[in-house]
Design a protein around this ligand. Structure first.
Ligand code: MG
Length: 332
């Protein structure tokens, strides 16, 4: 009887340990654990296993102006409390950015990348510039370094040109992109590279008529819900029909200048549309600037741990959507 009891106890102990460990591992599964090395397959981003993936998260603000949120505690908070599966480091180039202070700005970006790797989330490394063709050497040096140092991590997504202005895709942006892609591919054969498109990354239809030859290439679409309506969705649908994989690396719930009202209905229309096409997105922005697109109130703590009163209306609405996307992704 004693032997029997002891055996039963041992068995029960084993069963409980198994259940506990299973629960623990399910709970601690990160987006990168779940999806691994991402790829572009036709018009979608897919996981290592080939399942369609839609990432959702936050973009930081221009690194040289509001660099205080470029730290590991803030990224940890965005991953754990806001449930971001992706964050975007918007490294300024002009206006006292990387072109003037390369080491200082690079250091901020690397802090964000290291923290994203620790948290098991994806990170968009953005060359935040409106005339990147004038900074081709800087872009090649920067992305070559990032690819060499981090190209073996599945976390990295390269965004090589934030928002080109009204310049030609085929004459200006495409040659720039091909040169930067070549610099990245010398060190990293596979991670996704997102290319900017004409007119503040709206004319994805123009890019779709003359796409880049190469694997794992996506194209940037940006929108601000108060300014960009159905007409921009129509352009995007042309691009998708022509076979492009789109990534909304930046969007706002406000007017295109980053301020004005928060357009809840219009933002929801865009979220629905992005869900329909499995398009990944990052919201502009993690900042305490006095403008309505900034998620935080003035002087919100730089190390995360924000309470409700630190978060402005746009941030609250976006956070709720991020939690919903996370539940959808992990079925929790
Ligand atoms: Mg790689």
């Amino acid at each position: 009887m004693v032997v029997f009891m002891r055996k039963t106890k041992q068995t029960l102990g084993l069963i409980f340990s198994f259940l506990f460990l299973t629960a623990l591992s399910a709970q601690s599964q990160t987006p990168v654990d779940k999806f691994g090395q991402l790829k572009v397959s036709a018009t979608n981003i897919v996981s290592e296993k080939g399942d369609t993936v839609q990432l959702a998260g936050m973009s930081l603000f221009w690194s040289q102006w509001i660099g205080k949120y470029y730290n590991k505690h803030c990224i940890e908070w965005l991953a754990t409390d806001w449930k971001c599966s992706v964050v975007r480091a918007a490294m300024a180039v002009n206006h006292q950015g990387y072109a003037t202070n390369p080491r200082k700005e690079l250091k901020k970006v690397e802090k964000v990348i290291d923290a994203a790797i620790d948290q098991g989330i994806y990170v968009v490394v953005d060359f935040h510039e409106h005339a990147a063709e004038n900074f081709l050497d800087e872009a090649k040096t920067f992305f070559s370094h990032i690819a060499q140092k981090y190209g073996s991590y599945p976390n990295i997504i390269y965004e090589i040109y934030n928002e080109p202005l009204k310049v030609s895709w085929s004459e200006t942006i495409k040659p720039y992109s091909e040169a930067v892609i070549a610099a990245i591919r010398e060190h990293d054969p596979d991670n996704i590279i997102v290319c900017g498109t004409p007119n503040w990354s709206q004319n994805v239809d123009e890019a779709s008529l003359d796409p880049i030859n190469g694997k794992n290439i996506a194209y940037t679409l940006h929108f601000y819900a108060g300014t960009h309506k159905e007409w921009l969705i129509e352009k995007a649908e042309v691009a998708i029909e022509n076979g492009l994989c789109l990534f909304v690396t930046e969007y706002g719930t406000t007017d295109a200048n980053g301020d004005g009202p928060v357009y809840a209905d219009e933002t929801r229309m865009w979220w629905d549309w992005m869900d329909k096409h499995h398009i990944s997105h990052c919201n502009w922005s993690v900042a305490d600037k006095e403008e309505s697109s900034a998620a935080l109130i003035k002087r919100a703590p730089k190390r995360g741990k924000w309470k409700e009163h630190h978060i402005k209306p746009s941030g609250k609405m976006v956070k709720e959507e991020l939690l919903r996307k996370h539940r959808e992704m992990f079925g929790e």
